[in-house]
Design a protein around this ligand. Structure first.
Ligand code: C2O
Ligand code: CU
Ligand code: CU
Length: 493
């Protein structure tokens, strides 16, 4: 089997760059920016048993992503995207996930420490009309996680059509900090996605590049061309790259400094001042941005500066040269001043790499990890419950990739032999892998054991994942041996 690595290049004379023109709108049409929608907080019923119960229905709909156009979409409890789920550490959550779509799907809790059969990976298929009822106890620190479908070979299209949402975890340690935390007022979830539309306003799923469907229109929280009106002197943005394959190098048009306070798995030990932050698909960052009265400033995506072993034509085709306006921040006529950020956030404990009972190497190239493509019927390795492991991930390709591991938050100990920069020194579940570089990760596995259902590790460029750039591992307790289920049509190729 061969995929053409460059065949698409000719076809990819697209990507008119929306530099400076009306906020990611492809046609510069008359309508002005619209207020950023804030995903509603999901309603939950907490029973006498203390269990927090949520209902999610996945169904087709129509959404006004572009002003005046009613685009056919898929969404959760609404036409596009889903509500923000929120639960506290220690709480038990339970879901009824109803599949109202015309095809099978799954729902995965990205970044969550969760029993494998509740993980919502490709083994937890929900047939059309069926309801899936996962439940688990939240056992990790406050963090900005997210959820999205993960069907075998079909994740990119399900997410592209609109299936994704935030899952925020709260805990006492984060609550005790004087951080912006008024949801939708100074604590803003912001999912960034790129999309392409046909002339009649349908989502265009044609001609993916080798890193997936690249859009020419930026959609934030479900609309193109959004602004956010800030009423406080500091706002917290919980950024999520919810795109298929695009890498965003973000910064403000006036180069203002912001503070990075959290990464994928939670808050940092202290705020890190930055002017740029880069996110590959699936990654999150929490930043706190100063806003003045009557301010107007654009959050922008700028060309990706640090390219590694990628040639100029590929970098261009993969969107590394593109510029987009992401979101306009407008300060209200007067902004309420809020407390300065604390110097210290959450204490940091390094996972002792010396405690590792296994080291593993992963080589990323083409649509493969260690020269293999995903097979639903192959367990790639097993891991001991509660163990610490050190994984080295090498991108030996001239393509960009990233690397995501289910069930854990890891710490990056080295990048090409050096300590990671502060922006990559916190808890992570997804890391960008620059072509030619290698990343050493240390992680501790949970006590959730299951001889039947595996967890996934994969490239989170969704087309790569769908093309088989994924593997699976079981977490086993003492004396357990693998007993996976046979899946029909499990492989790729
Ligand atoms: Cu966000 Cu395995 O996925
Ligand atoms: Cu995940
Ligand atoms: Cu990849």
């Amino acid at each position: 089997m061969t995929f053409s690595r460059r065949g698409f290049l000719a076809a990819l004379a697209v990507a008119p760059i929306a530099a400076g023109c009306g906020l990611g709108r492809p046609d510069g049409a008359a309508a002005g920016p619209r207020a950023l929608p804030i995903p509603p907080l999901a309603e939950a019923a907490v029973g006498a048993d203390g269990v927090r119960r949520f209902q999610l229905t996945l169904a087709p709909g129509r959404a006004e992503i572009l002003p005046g156009k009613h685009t056919p979409t898929w969404g959760l409890n609404g036409p596009y995207l889903g509500p923000t789920l929120r639960a506290r550490r220690g709480e038990t959550v339970a879901f009824q996930v109803r599949n109202g779509l015309p095809e099978p799907t799954t729902l995965h809790w990205h970044g969550m420490r969760v029993p494998a059969r509740m993980d919502g990976g490709p083994h937890q298929t929900i047939a059309p009309g069926q309801v899936w009822e996962p439940s688990w106890t939240i056992d990790q620190q406050a963090a900005t996680l997210w959820y999205h479908p993960h069907p075998h070979g079909g994740t990119e299209k399900h997410v592209y059509r609109g299936l994704a949402g935030f899952f925020l975890i709260d805990d006492d340690a984060a609550d005790a900090l004087d951080l912006p935390k008024d949801y939708g007022v100074d604590d803003i979830p912001l999912v960034i996605q790129d999309r392409r539309f046909t002339a009649d306003g349908e989502l265009d799923e044609s001609d993916p590049s080798d890193i997936g469907l690249l859009g020419d229109t930026i959609v934030t929280n479900g609309i193109a061309g959004a602004y956010f009106r800030a009423t406080t002197s500091r706002i917290r943005l919980r950024l999520l790259n919810g795109s298929s394959g695009r890498i965003y190098h973000l910064g403000f048009a006036d180069d203002r400094e912001f503070q990075l306070i959290g990464t994928d798995g939670g808050l940092l030990p202290r705020p890190v001042p930055l002017t740029r932050i880069q996110l590959s698909p699936g990654e999150r960052a929490e930043i706190v941005v100063p806003v003045q009265a009557a301010d107007r400033v654009l959050l922008r995506a700028l060309p990706v500066p640090d390219r590694g072993d990628i040639d100029a034509a590929d970098a261009h085709a993969f969107g590394f040269d593109d510029r987009f306006d992401i979101l306009e921040l407008r300060g209200a006529a007067s902004t309420k001043s809020t407390a300065a950020l604390p110097d210290k956030l959450i204490p940091w404990t390094a996972i002792p790499a010396a405690a590792a009972t296994a080291t593993r190497d992963f080589e990323l190239r083409w649509y493969q990890i260690n020269r293999r493509q995903m097979d639903m019927n192959r367990i790639d390795f097993t891991v001991a419950a509660h163990s610490t492991e050190v994984w080295t991930v090498r991108n030996v390709d001239d393509w960009p990739h990233n690397f995501h591991v289910h069930d854990v938050q890891f710490q990056i100990t080295e990048i090409d032999g050096a300590a990671p920069p502060p922006a990559l020194a916190g808890w992570k579940d997804t890391v960008y892998t620059r072509p030619g570089s290698h990343y050493t990760l240390v992680m501790r596995f949970s006590g959730h054991t299951d001889p039947t259902f595996p967890y996934m590790y994969h490239c989170h460029l969704l087309l790569h994942e769908d093309h088989g750039m994924m593997g699976q591992f079981l977490v086993l307790g003492p004396g357990q041996s693998p007993a996976p289920m046979a899946m029909p049509h499990g492989g790729h190729g």
